[in-house]
Design a protein around this ligand. Structure first.
Ligand code: SF4
Length: 346
């Protein structure tokens, strides 16, 4: 892990929110001081509930949204201050796949047109070369010539997402941001798309930033996982380490919310948190998880825990990570996850 392609340094994104009568406008802290590195060839998973800031973060990395502060380095170059032609050049090296393929594909464009567009925009002029690359890419994602003239509404959800994946990698990017790429698909199709992404990664030497609310899915594809809560990262670790040696109570609660796919497993000890996450407009003082954490102390209510490396490559933002033993929650869940993994690999 000595060759980061992406370095994110203390990124913040605050959106202005209208105040009331005689009230100052508020700020919604969508991303609030996030730092991490993504290494060449790995899949870095980002997981969190809706509203955790993970999608905003992905869009900042892609330069679709400007951050309020912080810096991002891509392949050694600072990109947060890049503008104009330099951004267009950068886009060639970054692909993206969104959650809903029917919304991300142009309904008036055929598969052929959708895949032709990025090649033309980024300077491939030779018609034969373009056609050849489109056919080759369709084959790689499990589609054929018969799909070339179809419009999105003439394709199934899985086929639409295959086209979106082909569009994301047709320019041979270094980094692909995958934002909930399977969550709008049927369960049977989800595994196919995940396995396709894994195959394409090794074939095209891709690095993935994989964003999802679903820990089980993230676990299936990721080398390392970062857990986000209310705009901050609360735990980052290698995948097996995160599941076997979970250190943050919020991560345990996410694990506990996973469905049990094995009917023979009757019950497991679960860490259930109640209530909604606090508002990102007015986050709590101290640890932002403290109103929902059963281990909260006075210190948690008054002082924000920094994200510290507590074991090799395992980072946690919790004042009590050195003393909490959460293994009674993760022991059974780990076995369940193994069953789910085997199903996805089948
Ligand atoms: Fe819970 Fe305190 Fe740790 Fe926050 S810092 S997760 S409130 S124990």
């Amino acid at each position: 892990m000595d060759n980061p392609i992406l370095i994110v340094e203390d990124i913040r994104k605050y959106f202005p929110v209208k105040g009331g009568f005689l009230r100052k406008p508020d700020q919604l802290r969508a991303v609030d001081g996030v730092s991490f590195k993504v290494y060449r060839g790995e899949t870095f998973g980002i997981v969190g509930e809706s509203g955790s800031g993970k999608t905003t973060l992905g869009r900042i990395v892609l330069k679709l949204i400007e951050p309020t502060s912080g810096k991002i380095y891509f392949d050694g170059n600072e990109i947060t201050s890049m503008r104009g032609a330099a951004v267009n050049k950068l886009r060639r090296r970054m692909g993206m796949v969104f959650q809903d393929p029917s919304a991300s594909l142009n309904p008036r464009m055929t598969v052929s047109g959708t895949l032709r567009r990025p090649l033309l925009i980024h300077g491939t002029k030779n018609r034969e070369e373009i056609d050849e690359r489109i056919i080759k890419m369709l084959d790689k994602v499990g589609l054929g010539r018969e799909h070339l003239d179809r419009y999105p509404h003439q394709l199934s959800g899985g086929q639409q997402q295959r086209v979106a994946v082909a569009r994301a990698i047709i320019l041979n990017p270094d980094l692909v941001v995958l934002d909930e790429p399977t969550s709008s698909l049927d369960v049977s199709v989800q595994a196919q798309i995940l396995n396709l992404l894994i195959t394409l990664q090794s074939e095209f030497d891709l690095t993935y930033l994989f964003i999802s609310h679903d820990l089980v899915t993230v676990r299936h594809v990721s080398d390392r996982i970062a857990v986000m809560y209310l705009g901050k990262m609360v735990e980052i670790a290698e995948t097996d380490e995160l599941f076997k040696n979970t250190k943050h109570p919020y991560t345990v609660s996410l694990l506990s919310a996973a469905p049990i796919p094995n009917p023979e497993v009757k019950s497991v000890k679960r860490y259930i948190v109640t209530g909604e996450p606090p508002s990102p407009i007015n986050p709590p003082l101290g640890c932002s998880f403290h109103p929902r954490c059963r281990y909260a102390t006075e210190e948690c209510r008054s002082r924000e825990p920094p994200l510290l490396e507590v074991e090799k490559n395992h980072y946690v933002a919790c004042h009590r990570s050195h003393e909490l033993d959460l293994s009674s929650y993760t022991r059974d869940l780990w076995k369940i996850m193994e069953g789910t993994k085997a199903e996805l690999e089948r």
